[in-house]
Design a protein around this ligand. Structure first.
Ligand code: MG
Length: 208
């Protein structure tokens, strides 16, 4: 329906631009009403594009003790994430990417403040579910998602598939639309010195 309306608006505009007279049947008042409705639909199409793109980034310090949870997977390691919630930088990046793609002018810290006791130690899948709810209410679904996880240690290649499946399930999408890759930071800076780990995410959303 959305695509048909957009195509209709485009054809009318194109015809006018090429100098063709667009014949529309009806009274003057009726034509004014239709023109007004068409204008509102055109504005709506401009406000809610077919494709939206978002970027998300997060970093967490690593500390002695605690858990290292990445994309919902418990990773066995001597260091854990230093965070108010479970410190899942992948989920946090995805949430921010979705909120950014939707131009909400909000980020994960505004929705789930890190000084709110109810989010202490929280499972970050809660934040993912809320972001998906916002996305669905706006009439979008995931186009595709590309995750770049950056950490020096431990090696996560054996966990990437589980991470991907967790993301696919939470975003209500398919495996073909999600990619998870991981790399080191070449032993430089805080990530390379195992003092932190970080994540970048790019997402596209499709209008339903
Ligand atoms: Mg975070």
């Amino acid at each position: 329906m959305y695509r048909l309306l957009s195509a209709g608006v485009f054809l009318v505009c194109l015809s006018s631009a090429l100098g063709f007279h667009v014949q529309v049947q009806g009274s003057r008042r009726h034509l004014q009403k239709r023109a007004s409705a068409l204008s509102r639909m055109a504005m709506s199409a401009l406000d809610e594009p077919l494709i939206r793109i978002g970027h998300g980034y997060d970093i967490h310090r690593l500390k002695e003790g605690g858990k290292l949870v990445i994309a919902g997977v418990d990773i066995p390691y001597e260091l854990g994430a230093d965070a108010h919630s479970d410190g899942d930088a992948v989920y946090h990046s995805i949430v921010d990417a979705i909120l950014g793609a939707l131009s909400t002018n909000k980020d994960i810290g505004m929705l789930f403040p890190d000084n709110d006791p109810q989010w202490k130690g929280a499972d970050s899948s809660i934040f993912m579910k809320e972001a998906v709810k916002v996305m669905e209410e706006r009439g979008y679904r995931v186009g595709n998602l590309d995750v770049t996880l950056i950490l020096q240690k431990p090696k996560v290649k054996d966990f990437k598939e589980s991470m991907k499946l967790n993301i696919v399930k939470l975003l209500k999408t398919t495996q073909n639309r999600v990619n998870v890759k991981a790399r080191t930071h070449e032993k430089v800076d805080s990530v390379g010195e195992c003092k932190s780990y970080e994540c970048h995410v790019v997402i596209t959303l499709e209008k339903l």
